[in-house]
Design a protein around this ligand. Structure first.
Ligand SMILES: [Zn+2]
Length: 585
């Protein structure tokens, strides 16, 4: 069975349970409005009822939305799922006003200590409530919140829809054929040097046709965020993002300071890779993903499962049990098929205490690594599924911790068994991934920062955005990239810039990759005693700040040394790779 089984959610759109739940959600939302209007002075009972109602609604909405999303992700031709989703979201947008009233009610609690001592249920939501109290200074009135939410449906969110629509349907000319952006970008992995270069040239030329629409979309979204930042009283979009990420600025600064120090080593790798491919002035952007070595070893799904089980078993019984459950109960949709979304993801489903993984497994080693990564997300899900619904979300920087950690367990085990070619391939994959999440992500971070700043007083046309992107790439890649072959349209191909709800969706990737590497180094030092601490930390990732999460595993994330140690692991890999690939046959 290579398709996932979603029947533990619903059997289909005509399943009576699905329809009943949908009706129930509509009733709950209507009811919520009335309830929110009755809220007056804070009492133990009023607080409890706010929490209970939100947990109950959250549970049902998430169950319905997950079912629709998962179905749509493996078969985009089924428009009915999309329509149902839009219908659901329209109802959900009606909760903004009562939600703001309930938040205001919780924010007016002045005796949280006392209340949480009196009542276990309130105690279990203490972090959640405290966060609302702390964030309340950025809240607008319930009426304003409701209005903004309604206007967003046909405002900022349609700019995002336009971006998604244009970039997913647009066809560009590649040697006389019309191909999608995804197809032409995938050619960057080709083993044929001419294909990689011509694909890059076709891609850059192709963006000309949609660049103005994309630039307007980006300007509108970033302009909207700047307006919201002002209205809510944040200092900047960065300030807002850090608050949403439960992270201190000093932590982010420490991470980037360590990254700054390690950039020369990444550039050394890029120049070396450039030389291996016959380039003299650093690596051209189009060869960033070029395979220097490709072992021809193939893996079946069964072999991938066995490799994952074997390596995870060396870590802990709980981790092994989780992946066995995922394999045996059809939690995974393995193979590419028509209408299926690209890439891979994992959806945690705390409503049924399970997860689902979508992948496009392609029989190679990197496909096995991806599966291990997604199963790491599933493991994280299993550690937080006993929380109340309101306590099940973790912030972006922490989201990639367990996944990267599992990826490391698998990769390290595979490295031990690999022959020279496989070792080179694995090392190159790991270093290339790291280059993306460290060096490229850093350039995206700098680019986004300059867009937010510039957008305050001007409209940025496509040429301006290209210039800002070149500038950002030169700052991070330095002489590692050939200056004549940068990629000025990275703002057009990365969807992350186009979310009004999530800004700076870049540094969390660096944070996740380096945080998990630091934890893996600790695991190697401390062995089994680390495992217990780590599990406990994962469970608490939904109810703590980034700094406190670090403390649970004895890590100070605001110190540059911690990040430097993680980066050292990558630097050592780069040295290994350069040495191994320079050896005479
Ligand atoms: Zn992930």
């Amino acid at each position: 069975m290579y398709n996932w089984d979603l029947s533990d959610l619903y059997l289909g759109l005509d399943d009576q349970n699905y329809q009943d739940d949908f009706t129930l959600v509509i009733e709950m939302i209507e009811d919520l409005d009335k309830f929110a209007n009755t809220l007056d002075t804070v009492s133990k009972d009023s607080v409890k009822e706010v929490l209970e109602r939100q947990n109950a609604l959250n549970f049902k909405v998430r169950k319905l939305a997950s079912f629709l999303n998962l179905n749509e992700s493996v078969d985009s031709s089924k428009v009915e799922y999309k329509n149902q989703m839009q219908r659901l979201m329209q109802y959900v947008s009606k909760t903004a006003e009562p939600q703001a009233k309930m938040d205001a009610h919780l924010a007016s609690i002045d005796n949280l200590e006392e209340l949480s001592k009196e009542d276990d249920y309130i105690y279990e939501h203490k972090f959640y409530i405290q966060e609302i109290i702390d964030q309340s200074k950025y809240q607008l009135s319930a009426k304003e919140e409701g209005l903004i939410s309604k206007l967003n449906l046909n405002g900022v969110s349609t700019w995002q829809d336009l971006y998604n629509y244009l970039t997913s349907t647009f066809k560009l000319d590649y040697k006389g054929d019309l191909v999608s952006i995804t197809e032409v970008r995938n050619m960057a992995y080709s083993s044929d040097a001419e294909v990689r270069k011509s694909a890059y040239e076709a891609e850059l030329a192709g963006y000309k046709a949609i660049e103005t629409s994309l630039a307007y979309s980006l300007n509108s979204i970033k302009g909207h965020v700047n307006t919201m930042v002002d209205l809510r009283g944040y200092n900047s979009a960065m300030h807002m993002t850090l608050e949403d990420s439960r992270m201190e600025k000093s932590t982010l600064d420490a991470m980037f300071a360590a990254i700054d120090d390690s950039l020369p080593k990444f550039r050394e790798f890029l120049i070396h890779k450039g030389k291996l491919l016959g380039h003299k002035n650093g690596l051209p952007f189009y060869d960033l993903f070029a395979p220097v070595v490709k072992s021809d070893k193939e893996y079946t799904v069964k072999e991938a499962q066995n490799m994952i089980k074997e390596s995870f078993a060396t870590y802990s019984d709980d981790l092994l049990a989780l992946v066995n459950k995922a394999f045996d109960n059809n939690w995974i949709d393995y193979l590419p098929k028509d209408g299926k979304r690209g890439g891979a993801f994992c959806a945690n489903l705390p409503m049924i205490k399970q997860s689902r993984v979508m992948s496009n497994f392609g029989n190679d080693l990197s496909g096995v690594v991806t599966l291990a990564h997604e199963l790491g997300h599933a493991y994280h899900g299993s550690r937080i599924e006993d929380h109340h619904m309101l306590n099940t979300s973790y912030v972006m920087p922490i989201a990639e911790t367990a996944s990267n950690f599992c990826e490391l367990i698998l990769s390290e085990a595979a490295l031990k068994k690999a022959d020279k070619n496989e070792k080179l391939e694995l090392l190159e994959n790991m270093i290339s991934d790291a280059t993306q999440v460290i060096v490229d992500i850093y350039s995206r971070f700098l680019f986004e920062k300059s867009v937010f700043e510039n957008r305050k007083d001007k409209l940025l046309l496509a040429d301006d955005l290209v210039a800002l992107m070149h500038d950002a790439q030169l700052k991070t890649y330095g002489d590692g990239l050939d200056k004549d072959y940068l990629h000025g349209y990275m703002w057009a191909c990365k969807g992350h810039y186009y979310s009004a709800g999530r800004n700076y969706y870049n540094f969390p990737y660096a944070y996740g990759a380096l945080f998990s590497k630091g934890l893996y180094a600790k695991y190697l030092e401390e062995g089994d005693s680390f495992v217990e601490k780590y599990d406990k930390m994962l469970t608490n990732t939904t109810v703590a700040s980034c700094e406190d999460i670090g403390k649970m595993v004895d890590v100070d994330v605001s110190s540059k040394e911690f990040w430097a140690k993680s980066l050292k692991m990558i630097e050592d890999m780069i040295d290994d790779f350069i040495k191994l690939s320079s050896e005479e046959e």
